[in-house]
Design a protein around this ligand. Structure first.
Ligand code: UDP
Length: 320
């Protein structure tokens, strides 16, 4: 197959590109490097079957030649990023999704949308099944991401129902692993970089809020299974083992040498208090469940950041 991946310079996009190349497909990566990294693209460029287009998918583009699949992964995904670039975040989720769906329609390609657990907002139902409609503040600081992704889901379903485009929607829960930027700003990268440097770990609020962390190889496997399935309705793909942020901090301190202490900072506005996927549908429809526990996943992730800290002087990027 010939596959277009938007956001191919990003964390998940680059891992997905590798996976499709491993499976013998041709991959066209597209990215504008607003949050993606050139290093990820350089790694992909060494592989046969990979081509790259530098472009902002919020602006229309014609991709030459046939396409069998489009995976739309372009978007800022860290709250620190989308607070800094809210308009680009809204545009890539709305206009970018519309443009990808237009390409999918013209090329008769399958389209997979990278959606998010953020469509559930600060959830009032726990854990979150796909049938839950969510609890999102449209005018709060996270609204730019949450509402863009909700719009993207609605646009995807409209293209499916109205134009018959073959679509898939994956709702991705907190994912971590090698290739995250050290300055990404999300909790796992911040804590690991802080731990490796011996800096304080910045725990927002009292750290009792929860998240459920999925290692990248599990996440990519779930996404690829969904892409190849027949399931049009959204599917949660995430690890259902839930941790408080304080528990994560303690684990990261232990895994990174035990030199850091914990420093509490203000809790961001609209920070979801709990998050955990109900993955019954992924289990039943895709035969998928995560395999890598948090401790093992951290051990497989820390060397990536250690290299960046030791050789590049990498810093975390907590909210100021
Ligand atoms: N968080 C934290 N310290 C940090 C970064 C994040 O305590 O340096 C918390 C944040 O308040 C949230 C959780 O960790 O409750 C996950 O935040 P992240 O930015 O990774 O993504 P989110 O799940 O909120 O989209």
């Amino acid at each position: 197959m010939r596959i277009l991946i938007t956001g191919a310079a990003g964390f998940l996009g680059s891992h997905l590109a590798d996976r499709f190349l491993d499976d013998g497909h041709e991959v066209i990566g597209l990215d504008n490097f607003i949050t993606g990294s050139r290093e990820n693209v350089e790694l992909l460029r060494r592989r046969d079957g990979f081509a790259f287009i530098e472009h902002d998918i919020s602006v229309p583009i014609d991709i030459p030649g046939p396409l069998d699949g489009i995976l739309h992964f372009a978007s800022p995904a860290s709250p620190v990023d989308y607070l800094e670039i809210p308009i680009q975040t809204l545009k890539v989720g709305s206009l970018g999704t519309h443009h990808c769906l237009g390409i999918a329609l013209r090329k008769s390609a399958r389209f997979l949308l990278a959606s998010t657990s953020e469509v559930y907002g600060d959830p009032q139902l726990h854990p979150q099944p796909e049938s839950y409609w969510g609890h999102v503040n449209p005018v709060g600081p996270r609204g730019c991401y949450d509402e863009a992704k909700r719009f993207a889901e609605a646009m995807t379903m409209a293209y499916h129902r109205h134009h018959g485009v073959d679509t898939r929607i994956v709702r991705i829960f907190n994912t971590y692993g090698p290739r995250m930027r050290p300055g990404d700003g999300r909790v796992v990268s911040n804590f690991i970089v802080q731990g490796l440097r011996g800096d304080d770990l910045t725990v927002y609020g009292d750290g009792s809020q929860t998240r459920s962390f999925c290692f990248v190889s599990d996440e990519v496997d779930g996404i690829v299974r969904l892409f190849h399935s027949d399931e049009v309705e959204p599917v949660n793909v995430g690890n259902p083992t839930e941790f408080t942020i304080l528990e994560l901090a303690e684990l990261v301190v232990a895994e990174t040498g035990g030199r850091s202490t914990i420093a509490h900072r203000d809790l961001p506005v609209d920070d979801p208090k709990v998050r955990r996927p109900d993955i019954s549908r992924a289990r039943e429809l895709l035969g998928w469940q995560p395999r890598v526990a948090l401790e093992e996943g951290l051990q497989r992730t820390i060397p990536w950041f250690r290299d960046k800290v030791t050789h590049g002087g990498a810093q975390a990027r907590p909210l100021t």
